[in-house]
Design a protein around this ligand. Structure first.
Ligand code: DAH
Length: 357
C-alpha cells in the first residue's frame, strides 16, 4: 500500500494537464483501478486482517481522490494566471481623444439603403463580382449582338488559349444578382443587391469601379404602381424629406418591359440643389417590369409570376445626399477627405435611431 501511495502521489504531482489526471484517476481508483482491485481482495481475508486492511484502503482511496482534486484546482489556477498575464491592460494610458478611422460614405449609404428596404420587407442578396457573360448579359435578355452589350464597356477576364470555360467578365451592373437569386430561391421574392460594378470608363463623372443597388420584387400581382410607391417611400426616407415626388419617363432596358427611368423632384436656387421641392427633375435610376424572358432564364414561370426591378447608383445618391461634389474623390483614399466626409464608426444607421446624424 505504501508503494501504491508513493507511486500515485508522485504521478499526480507530475501531471501537466487534466487528461493525464483523469487517466491516473482511472488507473488508481477507477472500477478496475489498482486500489479498487485490492479492495476486492478483502473478502478473502480473515476478519482480523480485514479490520486493518479495510480502513487503510479506504483512507488511501480518499487520499488519492483529494490529491487528484487539489492538482486539478492547481492546474486551473495556473491556466487562469497564464491568461491574465496575456490579457493585461494598462489603465494609466491616456484616452485617445481623436477618432482614428471613419466609415466611408459609400458604406454608410449602403447601410442606410439596406435599413430602409429591410423595413419594407426586402432582404439583401449578393452575387459574385466576377461572373459569366451568361449571367451578366444573356440571362438578362442581352444577346451577343445587342448594342447594350457594346455600350457597357465591359472588362473581360483573360482566357488562355484553348480554355473552354464560359467567358467571365467583371460584372457591369448588379442585375445578374436578380438571376442568381431567383435561380436559387424562386418566387415570390423581395430583395435588394448592393455591390461593386465595373466599366472601362474614367472621367470626371465615371470611375472604372462604382456601386449600384439592384431591387427585385416578384409575386403574383406586383405592378408598376407598387414600384412607384416603394421608390417614393425609399427616397423620402433616404433624403429625410417627407413626400418626395418621382417622375417616370418611358425608356428601354432589355431586361424590363415596360421600362422607365425615374427622376426625383428638385430645385436649383442660386446654384444650390434642393431635393424634394420645386419643379426640376433629377434622374436617379432605371427600372421596369421584369421581362418574361428574364424570369424564364432564372427558372421562374412568367405565366404565374411577375414583378418589378430597378437599378440605382449608390455613389450618385451619396453625392446628392451628402453634398459631395467629385465622384473620383470617393476612391482616392485621401485621409483629409475621409475625415471630412466619413461617419463615426459606432453610428449604425437605423430608421428609428436616425439614418444620418
Ligand atoms: N442594370 C442597369 C444599368 O446598369 C440598371 C437597371 C435598369 C437595373 C433597369 C434594373 C432595371 O433592374 O429594371 O444601367
Amino acid at each position: 500500500m505504501d508503494d501504491l501511495r508513493a507511486k500515485y502521489i508522485e504521478l499526480i504531482a507530475k501531471a501537466g494537464d487534466e487528461a493525464t489526471l483523469e487517466d491516473l484517476r482511472v488507473k488508481a481508483v477507477g472500477k478496475k483501478g489498482e486500489i479498487s482491485l485490492q479492495m476486492r481482495e478483502l473478502g478473502k481475508m480473515t476478519p482480523e486482517e480485514r479490520q486493518v486492511a479495510g480502513p487503510a484502503l479506504n483512507a488511501l482511496k480518499d487520499e488519492i481522490n483529494t490529491a487528484l482534486a487539489a492538482k486539478k484546482a492547481a492546474l486551473a489556477d495556473a491556466a487562469l494566471d497564464e491568461r491574465l498575464k496575456a490579457e493585461w491592460l494598462d489603465v494609466t494610458l491616456p484616452v485617445r481623444t481623436q477618432r482614428r478611422g471613419t466609415i466611408h460614405p459609400i458604406s454608410q449609404v449602403t447601410e442606410e439603403v439596406s435599413a430602409i428596404f429591410a423595413d419594407m420587407g426586402f432582404s439583401v442578396a449578393e452575387g459574385p463580382q466576377i461572373d459569366t457573360d451568361w449571367y451578366n448579359f444573356d440571362a438578362l435578355n442581352i444577346p451577343s449582338h445587342h448594342p447594350a452589350r457594346a455600350e457597357m464597356d465591359t472588362f473581360y477576364m483573360h482566357r488562355a488559349e484553348g480554355d473552354d470555360r464560359p467567358p467571365h467578365v467583371l460584372r457591369t451592373h448588379t442585375s445578374p444578382v436578380q438571376i442568381r437569386h431567383m435561380e436559387k430561391f424562386g418566387a415570390p421574392c423581395r430583395v435588394i443587391a448592393p455591390g461593386r460594378v465595373y466599366r472601362a470608363d474614367y472621367d470626371q463623372t465615371h470611375t472604372p469601379m462604382f456601386h449600384q443597388v439592384e431591387g427585385l420584387a416578384i409575386d403574383k400581382d406586383i405592378s408598376m404602381a407598387n414600384l412607384k410607391w416603394v421608390l417614393e417611400e425609399f427616397f423620402s426616407a433616404f433624403f429625410e424629406i417627407d413626400g418626395i415626388k418621382t417622375r417616370f419617363r418611358a425608356s428601354h432596358f432589355p431586361f424590363t418591359e415596360p421600362s422607365a427611368e425615374v427622376d426625383i423632384q428638385c430645385s436649383w436656387v442660386d446654384g444650390q440643389l434642393k431635393i424634394g421641392e420645386g419643379d426640376g427633375w433629377l434622374e436617379v435610376l432605371g427600372s421596369g417590369m421584369v421581362h418574361p424572358k428574364v424570369l424564364q432564364a432564372a427558372g421562374v414561370d412568367p405565366e404565374e409570376w411577375q414583378g418589378f426591378a430597378f437599378g440605382m447608383g449608390i455613389d450618385r445618391i451619396s453625392m446628392l445626399k451628402y453634398g459631395i461634389p467629385d465622384l473620383r474623390a470617393f476612391f482616392d483614399s485621401d485621409l483629409r477627405w475621409l475625415r471630412h466626409y466619413g461617419f463615426a464608426s459606432l453610428d449604425v444607421p437605423t430608421l428609428h435611431g436616425g439614418l444620418s446624424k
